[in-house]
Write a protein that binds this ligand. Structure first.
Ligand code: ATP
Ligand code: MG
Length: 440
């Protein structure tokens, strides 16, 4: 049963959490004994109790880079708690006392002002229905963007050093590198750190570092946030934002309505990179990351030619997601990334790689007609999207603008992160349950 004490509790119940409501009059700590039973309305009632004069319809919390995330439903509350539990565990594992969960009530206007012109205003906190909210949101998000840009700038001034990082579990191993979940003690933030051994000269190390500079400028919600990179002996460590849902390659068949929202983010991310004249060059499910907040972000794009070349020297293998023109050694451009989008989404929809493996895999990609999604199982728009992306002739594939304007992308470009969030949370729960039963 949920118990909310609103009388300035300062000691945390070991089983529960402390929620700190940030009000204009000061902080109000509330102890929640069973956070898993907490629902959005209970919390809203608690906030209204401490701010009776305001019309609070939503609240916000801060993520690891200081961006404010709005909570207005049970699902969004779940995502917030999941984020907070991770942060709390990290702090505990590092011997720190967990910080309370800080929330910032978002006050609407008072009822008197709202009706001052006798207008009928929808009071639901949906920016699409409320112009004032929309304007306030834009102003708020502009100033937040500024502060998170500032934060990033500070971080690049060497604030993430090797000695401030606690390496935790290994998240995965790819061609050339190993990715760890790590904790940045000073920034109190979870990181993903990719460590790549490279036996190269100091000159080449410097070249890589300068080529990675552009990553500091990447600022898109569809691209993984880059914090820092440094060499220690013959290893480069690349520190980025940690995504608690991991990469898409470990998810089984993904339903089309979820995949549609993921595709919107991937196309947006690529369009952003292309606008900076960056080709991704390694689009594939393991380089598409998701989190419990429903965000989808691209990682591992090839900004440093020297880094790509140095890794390639130690790496023997094939990239099955490469476009036919790349496999044949021809010149390639944006359209090669578009092919990789097509084959990746076909795999995610089918739950299996669409070419026979491993037999002469690359040659069949060059020689044979590309595979087509079965029309009986998927919508016409989706089948068309994949078919267009996987045209053998690069010029016949959609260019960036045509990709954004494709009916499949338009259909799912509704900003509904909840669909992905719910699906990620459910899959993670299932995975945890299976692990607990010892089946995985
Ligand atoms: P390749 O080396 O060919 O790109 P890969 O993408 O599978 O293959 P890595 O890039 O080394 O290999 O990543 C290994 C795994 O680490 C990924 O599959 C993913 O599950 C996990 N991972 C990578 N980056 C992050 C991140 N930022 N947050 C959470 N998990 C991550
Ligand atoms: Mg990768």
């Amino acid at each position: 049963m949920l118990i909310l004490y609103l009388n300035n509790v300062s000691i945390m119940d070991p089983e529960g959490i402390v929620i700190r409501i940030k009000t204009p009059a000061g902080d109000m700590d509330s102890s929640v004994d069973s956070p898993s039973l907490l629902n959005f309305n209970d919390l809203l009632v608690a906030i209204r109790d401490v701010m009776p004069e305001a019309t609070v319809t939503a609240f916000e919390y801060e993520d690891e880079v200081g961006d404010r995330i709005t909570v207005r439903s049970d699902e969004e509350l779940k995502a917030m708690l999941s984020y907070y539990f991770n942060t709390m565990n990290e702090q505990r594992m590092n011997g720190l006392m967990p910080d309370p969960l800080q929330i910032f009530p978002r006050a609407g206007k008072t009822p008197g002002i709202r009706n001052i012109h006798g207008l009928k205003v929808n009071t639901r906190p949906n920016p699409a229905n409320d112009c004032t909210h929309a304007v306030q949101d834009t102003l708020a998000s502009n100033s937040l963007k500024k502060s998170s840009a500032e934060l990033k700038r500070i971080l690049t001034n060497g604030q993430i050093n090797a000695q401030d990082i606690h390496y935790q579990e290994q998240l995965g191993h790819g061609n050339g590198g190993t990715v760890y979940r790590a904790y940045h003690i000073i920034g109190k933030r979870v990181l993903a750190v990719k460590v790549i051994p490279l036996d190269i000269t100091v000159e080449l190390q410097k070249q890589i570092m300068s080529e990675l500079e552009i990553l500091y400028k990447c600022d898109s919600p569809y691209i993984i946030t880059f914090f820092s990179a440094f060499f220690v002996e013959n290893r480069i460590s690349i520190c980025t934002e940690f995504m608690d849902g991991g990469s898409l390659d470990v998810y089984k068949r993904i339903p089309e309505h979820v995949l549609g929202r993921i595709a919107v983010a991937v196309v947006n991310g690529l369009t952003y990179l292309w606008s900076l004249k960056i080709l991704h060059r390694d689009v594939k499910p393991s380089n598409m990351l998701v989190n419990t907040r429903g965000q989808v972000k691209l990682c591992d794009f090839g900004v440093s030619t020297q880094l790509v070349n140095s890794i390639a020297k130690t790496y023997v293998g094939t990239n099955a997601y490469m476009a036919p023109e790349r496999i044949s050694g021809e010149q390639y451009g944006i359209h090669a990334d578009v092919w990789s989008v097509g084959i990746s989404f076909m795999e995610l929809a089918l739950g299996m790689f669409p070419y026979p493996q491993p037999l002469q895999l690359l040659q069949c990609i060059v020689d044979e007609d590309p595979p087509v999604l079965p029309v009986s199982q998927f919508s016409e728009k989706f089948v068309h999207f994949i078919t267009q992306c996987m045209r053998r002739q690069p010029k016949e594939r959609p260019a960036p603008n045509n990709l954004m304007d494709h009916s499949f992308i338009i259909q799912y470009n509704d900003g509904n992160a909840e669909v992905v969030s719910m699906w990620v949370c459910r899959c993670l729960e299932e995975r945890r349950a299976q692990q607990a039963q010892g089946r995985v």
